[in-house]
Design a protein around this ligand. Structure first.
Ligand code: GLN
Length: 493
């Protein structure tokens, strides 16, 4: 097997056994990027020199006998809304096209301390608003399973980079599904951690009460290893919790015996693609056959989740994005006075979806409407959280489909925001409740597209989700989840 085809955990073994050097590993991924990237466009910025420099430092420290982090020398790609000191961070927006942060996000510092070479910054929907990566101000990213389809979003670039073997690991962010939905559409494991588990310091804010950074990878073990690097308290983020961080790899092999699993009625619903519900139910049977206790559960507030999310998230966004005024950050379109400068800068700097969110959010927060919209949505949010608390008194893990359909066609939903919003209908309520949620591959459709199952647990039980995902992986061959990319000019890579 080529180095770029390996999982992060097997690369970690090879590196620790000194069977390969990190420079060799990085070079293998750089070759792969050169080959695949023109077809899928998963990156916004490439950092080969930085990656090689980190790799050679790791190699010399390792050969000097130093005890290093297990992921030292294993490369990673990072979504372009995570700040990197001295390295362009665009949020896939024109308004930040040339923005170079003066500091690193806490997760970036953690990656540097652990010694993971950074291969580049990945494409995304502008300011993480979207479900297809078509809202990038630069170019859409393509799904390697079918180049005419979307990879999901907003962390589509991160998902595609892992799926195609351009990187073994990636970081994404999830406000209302942006890690889990692309993971599902690309055949990966993607974890949205408990709100507060991973520091948001340096994550460019979309909706601060919902945003979380998390891993995307080929296997649950890889995500567990990466969680070990990024989870933990951070004095620079007042919402980061001080709860002790477990070793997420410790219980991966424990199996699912006696696990109480609730199948969420609303997330295997009749409107969903029948192939997805069938794949989810087949997986549930597998759990049951191995000793899990399974029953159905209803989360009745689910119907109101999308409505509440699309008031709360835009409200927070309208406030967070107020800072892009052409004075302090990035793009400035000029103008004769301050008003024309603001409106020209924001008018030209933001894309259509971002403007739509700013308008919805500003309206929902305005005097006279606040009670009717924002406050009402916050009340629904509380009720949704109670729905989950009640369910977790009966169950350890709640499961259902990650998405109602497999990857849709590029252009199919972009003119119809409501259809686009509906594609993350299963990912919204856990985000509003602040609970951890993971997507794991559970099948392939008759058209050859990956299908994902979502599993949700109570706060800080990410380990349980990773354990259940690891159990499922042992029932299949992870390498079969690598797509063969069919090239437009013929042939595949
Ligand atoms: N697709 C959802 C939205 O557009 C979620 C995005 C996200 O999680 N960043 O808001």
């Amino acid at each position: 097997m080529k180095l770029y085809e390996q999982t992060a955990s097997s690369l970690s073994q090879l590196l620790q056994n000194k069977e390969v050097s990190s420079v060799e590993v990085v070079l293998s991924f750089l070759d792969r990027i050169e080959l695949i990237e023109p077809y899928v466009k998963a990156f916004i910025t490439h950092t080969p020199a930085m990656a090689l420099e980190t790799a050679s430092v790791v190699d010399s420290r390792r050969s000097g006998g130093e005890e290093l982090h297990p992921l030292a020398g294993v490369p990673i790609a990072v979504k372009d809304n995570i700040s990197t000191r001295g390295l362009r961070t665009t949020c896939a927006s024109k308004i930040l096209e040339n923005y170079i942060p003066p500091y690193d996000a806490t997760v970036i510092e953690s990656l540097k301390t652990a010694g993971l070479p950074l291969l580049g910054k990945t494409n995304m929907d502008e300011f993480a608003m979207g479900s297809s990566t078509e809202n990038s101000a630069f170019y859409p990213t393509r799904n390697p399973w079918d180049l005419e389809r979307v990879p999901g979003g907003s962390s589509g670039g991160s998902a595609v980079a892992v799926s195609t073997g351009m990187t073994p690991l990636a970081l994404g962010s999830d406000t209302g599904g942006s890690i889990r939905q692309p993971a599902s559409l690309c055949g990966l494991t993607g974890l949205r951690p408990t709100y507060g588990r991973v520091s948001r310091y340096g994550l460019i804010a979309f909706a601060s009460s919902l945003d979380q950074i998390g891993p995307l990878s080929l296997t649950a073990r890889d995500s567990a290893m990466l969680m070990n690097v990024i989870a933990g308290h951070d004095p620079l983020d007042s919402t980061a919790v001080s709860e002790a961080v477990p070793d997420y790899t410790a219980h991966l092999e424990d199996g699912v015996k006696k696990l109480r699993i609730g199948v969420i009625k609303q997330n295997v619903a009749t409107g969903f693609d029948p192939e997805i519900t069938a794949a989810v139910m087949k997986t549930v049977t597998l759990f049951k056959d191995h000793g899990a206790e399974v029953d159905e559960v209803s989360l009745p507030l689910t119907d109101y989740g999308l409505g509440a999310y699309y008031l709360i998230a835009p409200s927070e966004a309208s406030s967070n994005l107020g800072r892009y005024d052409g004075v302090r950050y990035g793009y400035n379109h000029g103008g004769d006075n301050i008003e024309t400068m603001f409106s020209a800068t924001r008018g030209k700097g933001f894309g259509a979806e971002v403007k739509r969110r700013i308008m919805i959010g500003t309206y929902a927060l305005s005097a006279g409407y606040y009670d009717a919209y924002y406050l009402q949505a916050m009340k629904v949010r509380t009720l949704i959280r109670r729905d989950y608390e009640a369910a977790f008194r009966r169950f350890d893990i709640l499961v259902g489909a990650t998405t109602p359909t497999p990857a849709f066609k590029i252009g199919e939903k972009i003119e119809d925001p409501l259809q686009m919003y509906l594609s993350d209908v299963c990912n919204i309520t856990d985000a509003l409740a602040g609970v951890p949620s993971l997507s794991v591959p559970c099948g392939i459709s008759s058209e050859g597209l990956p299908l994902g199952m979502q599993m949700t647990a109570s706060p800080f039980r990410e380990g349980l989700l990773l354990k259940a995902a690891c159990f499922l992986e042992q029932k299949r061959d992870p390498v079969s989840l690598r797509p063969r990319v069919k090239l437009p000019e013929g042939g595949e890579v």
